[in-house]
Design a protein around this ligand. Structure first.
Ligand SMILES: Nc1ncnc2c1ncn2[C@@H]1O[C@H](COP(=O)(O)OP(=O)(O)OP(=O)(O)O)[C@@H](O)[C@H]1O
Ligand SMILES: [Mg+2]
Length: 264
């Protein structure tokens, strides 16, 4: 009962932390007493079966849903996210599957679309030449391979678009990137480009990432830590250096067995 008063000091080492967060939609409670943390520059893999609550958790972190209960800390301070825009202003950015890139515009215009000014001065004073050069440099830094920044978004592959969306978030000074199944429905080569971008981010160390994926073997190597959600609760929290793809497979297989035996 007295525990909650002692937990404030430990939040300072984390970029983001949820304490006792729950979410209810009427009688449904997809998240129950969630305690989750992500360190500065850390990449957290969030795993769990269909319906485990992964996307709901992301939507709380990005300001889309308010939590029903509990507290969120960002950079050690309690925050009450009012909207996705509010979260983005704080540096929390979610890259959705549908991305919000404008198909009819070229890559470099998309890089600067609807973004807050970055460092010096309003974007209005940036001319095309400068935007183009900045976009080229930044995408190259992030390891995003595209034919040209002049190309229309509509002409790129799903993986290339996703990589550009991630790069754009980083360019706008995001501190926490939330990726909900970024490699779903992608070929191996496209998925590899996303994973490469995340690897780059991890090397830079200035952006934290939460990545949801069904294919945990695919993301295992880019993660520092793994959390496993089961029916709205975090049941496993381990550094990747202290676990393995095999151990995760064993857990998932056991879960599946338990679920089918319960049904029988
Ligand atoms: N807006 C909502 N209203 C009511 N119930 C919801 C809502 N959003 C999600 N849920 C319920 O919450 C539970 C968790 O859903 P969620 O989308 O978070 O799962 P998930 O782990 O992302 O699954 P998947 O792997 O299939 O994407 C589900 O039972 C779902 O039906
Ligand atoms: Mg989901």
């Amino acid at each position: 009962m007295t525990m909650s008063t002692t937990q404030h000091s430990t939040t300072d080492n984390d970029l983001v932390r949820l304490e006792h967060v729950s979410k209810r939609f009427g009688p449904v409670e997809p998240l129950k007493d969630i305690n989750l943390r992500v360190g500065h520059g850390e990449v957290l893999g969030l795993l769990g079966n269909n319906g485990a609550g992964k996307s709901t958790l992301m939507k709380i972190l990005c300001g889309f849903h308010p939590a029903s209960d509990g507290t969120m800390y960002f950079e050690g301070k309690p925050v009450n996210l009012r909207s996705v825009t509010h979260a983005r202003q704080l540096g929390i950015d979610c890259v959705y599957q549908d991305l919000a890139l404008v198909n009819e515009l070229n890559v470099y215009h998309n890089m600067f679309l609807q973004r807050e000014p970055v460092h010096g001065g309003p974007l209005g004073i940036l001319n095309n030449k400068r935007m183009k050069a900045d976009a080229e440099r930044h995408l190259a830094d992030m390891g995003v391979n595209i034919p040209s920044v002049d190309v229309e978004i509509a002409k790129l592959s799903g993986g290339q678009r996703q990589a550009i969306a991630v790069a754009r978030s980083v360019y706008s000074n995001a501190r926490l990137l939330l990726l909900d199944e970024p490699t779903a429905a992608m070929g191996a080569k496209e998925g590899a480009m996303i994973l490469n971008v995340i690897k780059r981010l991890r090397e830079r160390g200035d952006v934290s990432v939460i990545i949801i994926a069904h294919n945990y073997a695919q993301i295992f190597d880019v993660c520092d830590r793994i959390n496993l959600l089961r029916e709205g609760e975090i049941v496993f929290d381990r550094a990747t250096s202290d676990t393995s793809v095999q151990e995760l497979t064993d857990i998932v297989v056991n879960e599946y067995r338990a679920a089918t035996e319960a049904e029988a």
